[in-house]
Design a protein around this ligand. Structure first.
Ligand code: G1P
Ligand code: ZN
Length: 540
């Protein structure tokens, strides 16, 4: 059936797909227009095979039905869909690769709250399993501006709760267990018997799935296959509104886990993941592991896991992520790449075999096993390292800093600002960048200042305007950029970093260690003065 439609404004994918309020996605032909634009901008769905699934948030079930019927009407050959419409983002990436599908549609707004009043999102991944490139998302956006009609099969709803094969209008639908293939992949990368023995020896863990998609994955892998005590996984049932939780694994939103990990009887290891399972937060008994540090520790120790025993080809981190991983890469003699924010920029490096591990300061880490960041993967690599080293998280962190020095790091988010106020802050600093080198602020000399541009070493494409950075002579730095994932107003992210080589000064309180850089940021960018805010909304 061909349904006439008209372009809808603002269907521009951001850092990670198109995200809007759930009600916006539910409005007439909003989803349909975008999905048809994806098919049109990628050469049509005719004869193609797709993977489809999402994080189970409100509207996931309806959206799956619509997309299945649209794929059928557009002539797709087959769609592989997770049972109940569920797939974590890394599991979807894996299924695309495993089945050599032509692409995948992932329904998620990641760590943004869900529910009718929350957010919904949709993202297209290509045959590599990774998020569409900037050029492709631009093409999709361009199509949303000219679309006149979409195709949808006039069929009853598909039974997505039953595993097995069905047909609609000549298209095959395979409903698959969302966890099984992913669990097999993890078993191939990590030393499950060794981790199992650690749990059998009394190792205690708490995994907070935050009522989002990772629950079934974590239960199957941690409790069933690795023998972690029943109850290790909490908030393990995916709910359409995430039980009212904000499924963003950071100390602010995973505060219950933080409280327990800092209590007297804390478990040995704590972890949390986000709405769609690609993010992770790692906490030891009495110690929080900042994501940039976590990446550095994973790079330094990955060879302890069977999947990485041969060593790493290279490592990549997003520009605002601390340089802690670079120091490890230098010691290992491997390349360290600095990319713009967003997982899509790692894709070419991974495909070209130039890097094995990647990470972002925003609680994302992953490797070349899929083309998305992978929360549970990071947790399992940590477990494998803990099982091999037989040290606590705290001991591992302390010895890491003694060896490499410590990159004190924090991100300050100023959320839901009026767009013009946020733009004013950015424009103000951008205009001053050229004159900053040589200036002294808070006793620190500015070595360089620029608006980050990235030239992809694989395909030569250039991405400009990726964040304002001011680097000081002692290696400290501050970075300012606007979020590309929010759905309300604008969010300014201020990233702060200061390096201490040691041996002294390695155990300072993070915000105190960063105090001069925080003051320098205010002097240079005036975020508080211009926004009238007393301080950031979220500090990670
Ligand atoms: C945020 C993070 C970024 C991450 C993205 C998707 O994007 O900062 O690192 O890749 O979510 O999870 P932002 O809102 O900053 O554009
Ligand atoms: Zn996510």
């Amino acid at each position: 059936m061909r349904v006439r439609t008209r372009p809808i404004e603002g269907q521009k994918p951001g850092t990670s797909g198109l995200r809007k309020k759930t009600k916006v996605f539910m409005s007439e032909s909003y989803l349909e227009n975008f999905v048809q634009s994806v098919f049109d901008a990628t050469g049509g769905a005719e004869g193609r095979t797709y993977v489809l699934g999402g994080d189970g948030r409100c509207f996931n079930d309806r959206a799956v039905q619509v997309i299945l019927k649209m794929a059928a009407a557009n002539g797709a050959r087959a769609v592989i869909v997770g049972q109940g419409g569920l797939l974590s983002t890394p599991a979807a990436s894996h299924l695309i690769r495993l089945n050599r599908a032509d692409g995948g549609i992932i329904l998620s707004a990641s760590h943004n709250p869900g529910g009718l009043e929350g957010d919904f999102g949709i993202k297209f991944n290509t045959a590599s399993g990774g998020p569409a490139s900037e050029a492709l998302t631009e093409a999709i956006f361009a199509r949303t501006k000219t679309i006149e009609a979409y195709l949808i099969a006039d069929e009853p709803d598909v039974e997505i709760d039953r595993i097995g094969r069905q047909q609609i209008g000549g298209m095959e639908i395979s409903v698959v267990d969302p966890v099984a293939d992913y669990a097999v992949l993890m078993e191939g990368l990590f030393d499950f018997p060794k981790i199992r023995a650690m749990f059998a020896g009394g190792f205690r863990m708490r995994f907070d799935a935050m009522c989002a998609v990772t629950g079934p994955y974590a239960r199957e892998i941690l409790e069933n296959r690795l023998g972690a005590a029943p109850g290790t996984v909490v908030n393990g049932t995916p709910l359409p509104d995430f039980g009212g939780m904000h499924p963003d694994p950071n100390p602010t939103w995973a505060h219950d886990l933080m409280d327990r990990m800092f209590a007297d009887d804390a478990p040995d290891f704590g972890a949390a993941s986000d709405g769609d399972g690609d993010r992770n937060m790692v906490v030891g008994s009495g110690i929080y592991v900042a994501p940039s540090d976590s990446l550095a520790v994973l790079v330094a120790n990955a060879h302890l896991a069977p999947g990485y025993r041969a060593g790493l080809k290279g490592v990549a981190r997003s520009m605002p992520t601390s340089a802690a991983a670079d120091r490890v890469a230098a010691a290992l003699g491997i390349a360290a790449h600095e990319t713009p924010t967003g997982w899509k920029f790692f894709g070419n490096l991974l495909d070209a075999g130039r890097v094995t591990l990647c990470g972002e300061e925003s609680f994302g880490a992953g490797s070349d096993h899929v083309r998305e960041k992978d929360g549970l993967w990071a947790v399992l690599l940590w477990l494998n390292i803990l099982a091999e080293r037989r040290e606590s998280v705290k001991e591992i962190m302390e010895s890491h800093w003694r060896r490499f020095g410590r990159n004190y790091y924090s991100r300050h988010d100023y959320e839901a600002l009026p767009a013009e106020v946020a733009a004013g802050v950015m424009d103000g600093l951008r205009a001053r960048l050229a004159g900053l080198p040589g200036c002294v602020v808070e006793g620190m000399t500015i070595a360089s200042a620029d608006d980050f541009a990235y030239a992809d070493p694989v395909d030569g494409s250039v991405s400009r305007g990726q964040g304002l950075r001011v680097v000081f002579a002692d290696g400290s730095r501050l970075v300012l950029r606007l979020s590309g994932t929010g759905t309300e107003g604008a969010t300014i992210r201020l990233y702060l970093e200061r390096y201490v080589a040691g041996p002294g000064g390695l155990d300072a309180e993070v915000q105190e260690a960063l105090a001069p850089v925080i003051r320098a940021a205010e002097t240079l960018a005036g975020i508080r003065t211009q926004t009238g805010r007393a301080g950031p909304d979220v500090v990670t």
